[in-house]
Design a binder for this molecule. Structure first.
Ligand code: GLA
Length: 387
């Protein structure tokens, strides 16, 4: 748990004046619906109680000065001329968001910002989205700009797409803005409508970080996205109305499998079956059928491992260790993949045993430390009361 008062004091020490406000934006874990968002499909994430704080104060000029306590680094730029930072990756998230706000012709001044985060980096828990959203929200609040939640999420996503170079979908930024305490959000990534469904009080969402760090930027993520577009292009030969894999059912895909090369077929099969699983999982949660929910999580993992091919041995091992503990309903890779974390649904009475056994066995088999986080579904971005 980070202490907003300590963040306030760190800002005062750094910039010589107290911040005007402190905002926070959460990381996220996706329960099911992976790599479906950029196919205009369905996702089912929760915001978690790991967050990025931004302490902020307007400046009378056009300079944005940002300090991150995590890296002990500072970045500075003029809002009239925003380029990529050649020095720091994290700074590009800040720059990209401010540029996105400027591109909408919204009147903003410069600012001093201090960032502090406890969202693990490179663990598939959306540390970057929480940073983008927190910075966007701070700029919005400092300048009295009235943005809808969806717009803020889109600005944050735009920063990652154009400034950082990851062609990510909308899920991470959306849930970081609109997350709800004790609820998961079933988001339709085509029209951004959503429904919030309560997480039953007798289960816990447990994240296990694998300690294997992915590199989403310029990684295979963009390649997977391109494969999905290629599948749509090829399927259009017989299904001209299809504009995204969202429009294709598993049955349609099987019937037209001959149109696709084997690898593209596998990628598409993951997406179309994952969409179906996500809707079924939400229905299962609604009727408190956690056994079915867990089974769908396990099936999702197999699909990501074999068809989408985004898992790694450490992540597969974590899901196996999780499912071996009595009281675990299901377990799967969460996030972009190639390392990162798993998410498991565990009955409340088994959580302590789960954390001990999975952690110990993972260490014994890989020599790595897994961080096990029992997550509380949290609210999206907000202003804290501390200043
Ligand atoms: C990353 C991206 C999201 C989403 C997931 C996979 O987290 O930022 O948009 O595509 O991967 O589901």
């Amino acid at each position: 748990m980070q202490d907003p008062h300590a963040i306030r004091d760190a800002f005062t020490e750094r910039f010589g004046v107290r911040p005007r406000m402190i905002v926070r934006a959460p990381g996220r874990v996706n329960l099911i619906g992976e790599h479906t968002d950029y196919n205009e499909g369905f996702v089912f994430p929760i915001a978690i109680d790991r967050e990025t704080f931004v302490a902020a104060r307007s400046r009378p000029d056009t300079i944005v000065r940002t300090y991150t306590s995590q890296f002990g680094q500072e970045d500075s730029f003029d809002i009239g001329q925003i380029e990529r930072s050649p020095d720091h990756l994290w700074a590009n998230y800040v720059r990209g968001v401010v540029k996105g706000i400027r591109a909408r012709d919204l009147p903003i001044t410069g600012a001093d910002l201090l960032i502090s985060s406890d969202v693990p980096i490179g663990s598939g828990l959306s540390s970057s989205a929480s940073l983008e959203v927190a910075v966007g929200y701070a700029m919005q609040m400092l300048n009295n700009i009235n943005l809808l939640g969806e717009e803020l999420a889109l600005i944050a996503q735009g920063a990652e797409n154009s400034f950082v170079g990851v062609q990510c979908g909308i899920m991470d930024q959306f849930i970081s803005v609109l997350g709800q305490e004790n609820h998961a959000l079933l988001i339709d990534c085509r029209d951004l409508s959503y429904r919030s469904l309560p997480i039953p009080p007798d289960v816990r969402v447990v994240v296990c970080t694998s300690g294997v760090h992915h590199n989403l930027e310029k990684s295979e993520y963009n390649e997977r996205r391109a494969a999905c577009h290629e599948a749509v292009r090829l399927l259009k030969a017989r299904m001209p109305k299809v504009s995204a894999l969202r429009d294709v059912s598993p049955r349609d895909l099987e019937a037209n499998a001959d149109l696709l090369p084997p690898t593209i077929l596998k990628r598409a099969r993951h997406v179309v079956t994952e969409n179906e699983r996500t809707l079924n999982a939400a229905a299962a949660l609604e009727r408190a059928d956690l056994v079915s929910f867990g089974r769908l999580m396990n099936e999702s993992h197999v699909s990501m491992r074999d068809d989408y091919q985004i898992s790694v041995p450490e992540i597969d091992l974590l899901t196996e260790l999780a499912c071996a503990v009595p009281g675990c309903y299901g377990s799967r890779l969460t996030g972009g993949g190639f390392g990162g974390s798993t998410v498991s649904l565990v009955t409340i009475s088994a959580v302590d045993r789960f954390v001990t056994e999975v952690g110990t066995r993972y260490k014994a088999e890989t020599g790595r430390d897994a961080d096990l986080l029992v997550c509380r579904p949290s609210e999206g971005v907000s202003r804290t009361t501390a200043v």
